[in-house]
Design a protein around this ligand. Structure first.
Ligand code: C5P
Length: 227
């Protein structure tokens, strides 16, 4: 299991300061909407300048018509990121086009599909999708698998279900982690490290419990020791 640290801080400087603190740790860095919209490609370059071995996950959760998604996927791959994601609800045609577009590239990034956001509880999820989280997440994962993606973003609680409906090598990346029972914020389906391990998550995403802590390095090292 790998730790992916969310760089969701209010300024580029704060993200870069956190990356410097984590410079010698075996972590992935997640650049999401807030940071990428504000700081763009130069943030990715500055992170690689801090440590060229940092692995970068560009978490933009793209959703659009198939051709636009394939174009965007190609552009993201050219940013030299190691992983990015799309919404599974964009459908098999769009996801297949994305993978086709990357297939000729050297070292294409890992591509994940977002199933059910971890901020949804059952009631709010069913208002949008008219189905239970388990049923829909399983269907989204099967669609992503059939389209040739490498894995999905899901909550810890769907990780095993998804692997048993695809293959155990189909990656699961699970946000909503509160490693040692920290406050949940806007997340709903949260889990601690022990549960993430038990449910076979390949990547855990941790944001606020690290960057809002007084000792981000200490928390990161404690997480790494426990995974
Ligand atoms: O601060 P916290 O640990 O809750 O951060 C979780 C991160 O994972 C955020 O950057 C959020 O955008 C992202 N994420 C999520 N749920 C998903 C996909 C991504 O929380 N399903």
């Amino acid at each position: 299991m790998k730790l992916c640290v969310a760089l969701d801080l209010p300024t580029s400087k704060e993200n870069l300061d956190l990356a410097k603190i984590l410079k010698n740790e075996d972590v992935w860095l997640k650049v999401g909407l807030r940071s990428f919209i504000r700081d763009g490609k130069s943030l990715l370059e500055e992170l690689k300048a801090i440590n060229p071995n940092f692995k970068i996950f560009l978490d933009l959760k793209i959703y659009d018509i198939p051709n636009t998604m394939a174009d965007a996927a190609e552009s993201m791959a050219r940013l030299d990121v190691d992983m990015f994601n799309v919404h599974a609800s964009s459908g098999k045609k769009a996801m297949t086009m994305v993978m086709d577009r990357l297939s000729g590239m050297e070292n294409p990034p890992i591509v994940l599909a977002v199933t059910a956001l971890t901020s949804f509880d059952e009631a709010s999820f069913s208002e949008v999708y008219a189905q239970s989280i388990d049923t829909k997440a399983k269907q989204f994962a099967k669609d992503a698998y059939a389209s040739g993606l490498n894995g999905v973003v899901c909550s810890v609680f769907e990780s095993q279900l998804i692997k048993s409906n695809t293959t155990k090598n189909f990656l699961t990346l699970t946000p909503g982690i509160r490693p040692f029972g920290e406050s949940v914020g806007d997340q709903q389906r949260v889990a601690d490290l022990a549960t993430a391990k038990q449910e076979m998550s390949d990547f855990i995403v941790v944001g606020r419990p690290i960057y809002q802590s007084n000792d981000p390095l200490g928390v990161t090292q404690k997480i790494i020791e426990n995974i």
